[in-house]
Write a protein that binds this ligand. Sequence first.
Ligand code: COA
Length: 170
Amino acid sequence: MTDVTLVPWSAADLDLLRRANTPELMDQMGGPETDEQVIARHARYQRIRQEGTGFQFRIVIPGHPEGVGMVGYWDLEHGEERAFESGWSVEAEYRGRGIAPAAVRAMLDLARASGDLRPVHAYPRVDNLASNVVCRKAGYTLLGPLEFEIKPGLVLHTNDWVYDLTAPSA
Ligand SMILES: CC(C)(COP(=O)(O)OP(=O)(O)OC[C@H]1O[C@@H](n2cnc3c(N)ncnc32)[C@H](O)[C@@H]1OP(=O)(O)O)[C@@H](O)C(=O)NCCC(=O)NCCS
């Protein structure tokens, strides 16, 4: 099992977010952000915990206290379902070692322990092979394709995966 530790997002994590703001990574979400947008996202990641609307974590592996990626979940903001949405990323040089699946499983354990057992969705783009693999490895179930218009004229073709926090953990 890959050795990962999740650390709640803190003021110290702005550089981690700046490192993640690459075209390749942010293409999944509509493109890289301006530094103002990154700073706003950093503030949001700290605020959601205080507001009780989500949890964001730095992913730490041995020898890398600065973090090699991030994982989190937050209130689903579309549709009628009371559910969570989840998301993750790992810096390019640390990929392919099973860090994301281990971090997602650790996040799901923390979500389960928090006692709010709403379904946890994830929406990787259909062409994002690695992230769809992470969903499968972490125990999510594929519901099917789903399209999102994230900006006027910009449609993301995603897969809707869901994880049931009431099921016994594998
Ligand atoms: C998706 C992501 C988090 C996976 O993280 P990870 O820690 O590399 O996950 P894994 O080690 O389990 O690898 C998952 C798959 O990535 C692919 N992969 C393997 N080595 C890789 C490498 N060096 N570089 C890129 N992808 C690789 C493989 O398909 C692998 O599946 P396999 O183990 O069945 O062969 C990471 O690729 C990433 O940050 N991508 C950009 C951000 C992103 O897409 N986030 C999700 C938005 S929904």
